[in-house]
Design a protein around this ligand. Sequence first.
Ligand code: DSN
Length: 414
Amino acid sequence: MKNLKKQDSQVYKAAMGELKRQQEGMELIASENYVSEAVLEALGSVFTNKYSEGYPGHRYYGGQKYTDTVEQLAIDRAKKLFGAEHVNVQPHSGAPANIIVYYALLKPGDTVVGMDLSHGGHLTHGHPVTLPANIYNFVRYKTKADGLIDYKELEKMVKTYRPKLILAGFSAYTRQLDYEKFQAIGKKYKAVTMFDIAHIAGLIAGKALPNPVPYFDIVTTTTHKTLRGPRGGMIMCKEKYAKLIDKATFPGFQGGPHENNVAAKAVAFGEALQPSFKTYAKQIIKNAKVLEIELKKHGFKLMFGGTDNHMVLVDVFGSKGVTGKEAEVALDKVGITLNKNMIPDDPRGPMDPSGIRVGVPAVTTRGMKEKEIRMIAKWINDTIENHKNEKKLKEIHKEVIALCKQFPIYENLK
Ligand code: DSN
C-alpha cells in the first residue's frame, strides 16, 4: 500500500493496525474469514470506477466489455459450484439479497414463516426491529429440546398461516436441516421455499454438506463467510423466478452493481472450484467437531446438542455463571475474537446474553487443525474461568500470539 502510505498516513496506520490485529489474533467469529491476496487485488481493482446498471449484454451505460466479462465469469462459476439454474451476483450483501427476494415475491402484508432469532435465525428473517418485519407479516418457528427444528410445528404453522414464503436458514444454528421436509411442506401448501445459506455456503461448495439448491426455489447467500470471498451477496433460483429476482435487484432495490466486488466474487468462486477447497471445507467440519467435544469436556453446555457445521453455540452463563458479554470481553483481552449470542428463549437480553458463538472457518484458513483446536478450547475455558484474573489473561494472550505466529497470514502485505 505504498501510495496510501505516502498520501494518507491516518488511514494507512489504521489499515496496518487492523492487519496486525488479524495476524496476531485468533479469529473465531463464525461469519468471518481471510480472503486470498488475489481476492484483495480484485477488490482493489479499477472496476471500482465503473457504473454498470443492468446485466451482462444488457447495460444502461457504455464501456462494459470487461465488466461483462467478470460478471459472466462470476455467474458461470457460481452455477458450476452450486448447480443453480439462475444466479444474480449483484446483491451488495446478505441482508439486501434477502430483502430483494421479499420484494420480488411478496406484497405488503403477505405472510412469511422464518426461524426465530434466539433459536439461531437471522435478523432479516423477520425480527421486529427490521424493515421487512414492518412490511410483511412474519411468523417464527423454533427448535425442540433436542436441538432439531420442530418440523411438525412448522407444518402446523404453515397450515394455519398459509405463508407465501417459507424461510430456512440461520446465523447461529448448528445442525443440518432436512431439505426434503422443507420442500414437501412448501409443495403441499403451495408456498415458495427459500434457504439463506450464508453461513454454510462454503461447506456446500466444498461438498462437506449436502447441496440444498435442487430442493429450494430460492437460495440466498453472502460470499464472505465460509465461501471465503469478498464481502457481498448472491441469489440463486429456479429459472421460473429469474426475471422477478433480476428486476427486483435492479432497478427494484439497488442501483449500479459494485463490479470490483463482482470481480472478486469471480476470483473466490474460481478458488472454491479447486480441489483444495474441498479439503478446506472438510477440515472446517472436523475442527468444529473437535471444538464441540473439547468444550463439552471442559464442562460447557452446547446448544442444539452440538454441531454439524462450522460453529457451536455455548451457554456460558448456564455452564460457568459468566455472561456472554463478560466472556466476549475477557476473550478479547487474550486475543480471541468471538461474539456474545442469545441462546434459545434466552432469559437475558441481547446486549448481555447467556451465550457465545464460536466458529472455526478463519482459523482453518490459517491451517489450524485438531491439535490447535484443542489448545483453543482450553484457552476459552481458562479465560472464562479466570475472567477477572488479569495476570492469567496476559499469560494466555502471549500463548495465543505465539500460536498465531506459527500460522501466518498476509505476510507480504505492507
Ligand atoms: N452478521 C452475520 C453473522 O455474524 O452471522 C450475519 O449477518
